[in-house]
Structures are given as structure tokens and as C-alpha cells.
Design a protein around this ligand. Sequence first.
Ligand code: MN
Length: 254
Amino acid sequence: MKILLSNDDGIHARGIVALAEALLPYGEVTVVAPNRERSACSHSLTLEHPLRTGPVDFPVPVSRALSVNGTPADCVKLGLSKLLESPPDFVISGINKGANLTVDVFYSGTVAAAFEGVFSGIPAIAFSLDSFAPDADYRPAQAWVRRVLDRILAEGPDRGFVYNVNIPALPESEIKGMKVTRLGKVRYRDSYELRHDPVGRPYYWLSGEPVILDQDPDADINAVRAGYVSVTPLTGERTDVAVFRKWQTGRDQP
Ligand code: MN
């Protein structure tokens, strides 16, 4: 099996090394990832300067590791169109430092990298760990990467959506299992913090805590907070089909 691996935390992040290590037994892993952190850049593409790529020393024996001075979407698009000799069986992204749940999936470069796989007809998975701690333990997440991938392989990978996988930052014995979920609803409170610089000028810093508006235990954020590995099938279909049908019917009426 051939896997194209990317992320948005940069090629030197601990999470992508942990993910590569977990995936090595499955076949040939090629890493194409940003040369620096590009979190929260979603599907941004680089249009105004050239993309350059080159090999980097990677701590685990993948077949190739290339960094790109671009975004996660640049990396996957360039990887699929130029850097890989043949299409991979999977595009896999992560393991992101921090969860990608609810509305955050719209901002996430990790999820966007996986979507670039789906846009090219290739099955894709995004993995995120619910921790920003620099010393977070990625070993339980590695075990769940393998379990989730084994389940997907057993069922036959679907190329119509991204498997968005969020793993609680818990010791392995405390993770309750895997749960199929849907995107939960949250609203961020106090999203920007007002501060002042040394000469008294105000500035703003993005912060804020999500207020969960969703009591459904099958919502992704509730599953992760309850200790489950959350697997959400995310489609790229953004059309509201019910409104489409209603308006189309209206148009056709005299
Ligand atoms: Mn990130």
C-alpha cells in the first residue's frame, strides 16, 4: 500500500513523525509536508511565490520525506500531481497537535490536506490528538491510528468523504473505544482577548472557549470529551440539497 502523508504543524512536528511510525507496517509512506507550522490555514494555496521542495532528515524510515514552502493543500496537490510517481492508496494527515472538532474543521489545515485527497478521488483520513501539550504522549494515538485504519481497510475504504478522527489525550486504558459521530455545534465565547502593548496601544489575540450547544452524545466533541475516539465522515458536498430541490421545483413552476 502507498500512503501520502502530510500535516499542518510542519514536517518537524512530533505528530507527523508519530503518524509515519504508526503507518510504516502498512507499506510505502511518502511524507510531503509544510516546512513550518501552517495551522488554521484551511485550503489556502500559494499563488504569489514559487513552491520549492527538498528532502529533509526524517526520524523514522519512510521512503521519502519532502518539505514544501507552502500550505498543507499545496503539499497534497503538488505531491499528487508531481512528486509521487503513481497515485497513493491513501492521503493521510496529522497527527495534529489539538483536536479538529465541530466548526474547527472549516479552519483546519489538517482536515484540508485530507480533503485534497478526496478531491482527487483518493481515500483520506485526518488524525488529531486532543492536546496542545508539547510533551503529549502520542503512543495511545498511534495504537488508535492502526485500529481505525484496520477497520477502514476491513470495510473497504470509501473515497467519497474524509474520515475525520479525533483521539482523546488519555492513557490507552482510559480510552473507551471508537465512536462514529457527526459534527457537533458550538459557539465560541470571548473569541478575542483585548491586550495592550508596552506603549499602551490595544491589540487583539484570538482565544476563547467553545460553548457546546449540542447535547447529542453522538456529536464529535461530546464523544471525545467522554473518552471515545471520534470518527466523523465529512463530505465536501456543501450544497443544501433540501433548499436546492425546493428552489428548483419553484423555478420549474409556471
Ligand atoms: Mn495544526
